[in-house]
Design a protein around this ligand. Structure first.
Ligand SMILES: Cc1cc2nc3c(=O)[nH]c(=O)nc-3n(C[C@H](O)[C@H](O)[C@H](O)COP(=O)(O)OP(=O)(O)OC[C@H]3O[C@@H](n4cnc5c(N)ncnc54)[C@H](O)[C@@H]3O)c2cc1C
Length: 328
């Protein structure tokens, strides 16, 4: 099933297999392929990396579904929450696709697959600053919903908004830190600080869920019990919704519906694919970052400092230290 080389000619290679979950594949100009795990000699044919135009012959796209996606087929934009943007994932199948040599970056060099994955993943984990942009929108929506609900002056609501900002800005700090501590490689390219990139992405697997929980707390249950835009515009039911969903002379039922639908979209609807599940699994599931953290952290230095401060002579290795190193 995995993507692999099935033929080789003087002009290039022929590949067969599939790549799951590809974000934005259908609206991309190029598809870039690379290994996802460390490989051994028996995996040689799977150790490949290349780029091709998205419409190259033999590439097939099967679109993924998203929560509430059929709302996009209705003519009720308020029910979408986000009336401007959307996204998609696709299963990308390579049905004997030819790749010319000048587009091939890795061909059976299995011994470099692990390092390529680790470095790519570190860059990708750094780029999760994008989730703080979504967090900004969700925090703005929660504050607006609180104002529309008339609860924005309550101390616990203010504190929850502070907590959301604290978590969101912590994510931003992580992305900035691993980029700022990046170093030039011998080739002239820059590589992010890989330890900090993994720590940052580990936080991304958690904080957006808490931010979303607080947004739902502040929004109230109407976020998921609201009728549709069609009911709002219906001559029969619209006046009732206007009457019972209005919270003040300045705040219309329509605006309340709009902001609550946006929170629904970001925390439960199609945008939650990117804000929550992609935060969890994109660029590797949480355990992948924990493995990297355990590999990259300088435990010997930490132990040296601790021992120095409490007077354990340098070079003295007790049983505990030896066994913890062996586990690492
Ligand atoms: C919305 C979204 C967008 C994405 N976009 C892209 C994209 O654009 N391009 C791309 O290439 N990929 C993309 N991904 C894929 C992403 O990198 C993978 O989802 C991620 O690596 C996890 O792999 P998986 O989904 O197969 O989950 P699995 O690997 O099945 O993980 C599920 C659970 O099993 C555990 N597990 C897995 N293997 C083992 C093992 N050997 N031992 C013990 N535990 C194990 C994991 O830790 C996790 O808890 C996207 C994913 C999502 C959800």
């Amino acid at each position: 099933m995995y993507l692999r080389i099935v033929d080789e000619t003087a002009d290039g290679i022929v590949v067969r297999g599939a790549k799951a979950h590809q974000t934005g594949a259908v609206n991309s100009h190029e598809i870039i392929v690379m290994p996802t795990i460390t490989m051994r000699e028996k995996d040689r044919d799977f150790a490949i990396s290349f780029a091709l135009p998205s419409d190259a012959r033999g590439i097939i796209y099967i679109m993924g579904r998203q929560a509430s996606d059929t709302r996009k087929l209705e003519n009720n934009p308020i029910d979408l929450g986000n009336i401007k943007y959307g996204g998609h994932e696709a299963l990308v199948i390579f049905d004997d696709v030819f790749v010319p040599w000048d587009r091939v970056f890795m061909c059976r060099e299995y011994e470099f697959a692990g390092e390529l994955v680790e470095r790519f993943a570190a860059y990708h984990r750094q780029s999760y600053a994008c989730k703080t942009g979504v967090g900004d929108v969700l925090i703005g929506a929660a504050q607006t919903a609180a104002e529309y609900n008339g609860a924005h002056k309550a101390s616990h609501i203010k504190d929850k908004i502070i907590e959301m900002n604290h978590l969101n800005e912590t994510l931003y700090c992580g992305s900035i830190a691993c980029a700022a501590e990046g170093r030039a490689e011998a080739s002239g390219t820059f590589c992010v600080n890989m330890l900090l990139a993994n720590v940052s992405k580990q936080n991304v697997t958690r904080f957006p869920y808490e931010i979303a929980r607080l947004a739902q707390d502040i929004a109230g249950g109407l976020m998921v019990t609201l009728p549709s835009e069609a009911d709002l515009t219906s001559p029969e039911t619209g006046r009732w919704l206007e009457k019972y969903f209005k919270t003040g002379s300045e705040i219309s039922a329509e605006n309340r519906m709009r902001i609550l639908r946006l929170i629904e979209n970001l925390t439960l609807g199609s945008a939650a694919v990117g804000y929550l599940t992609e935060s969890m699994h994109g660029a590797g599931s949480p355990q992948a970052q924990r493995i990297m953290i355990s590999r990259l952290v300088n435990m010997e230095k930490k132990q040296r400092y601790a021992k120095d401060l409490c007077g354990i002579p340098s070079g003295c290795r007790d049983q505990g230290e030896r066994s913890s190193r062996a586990e690492t």
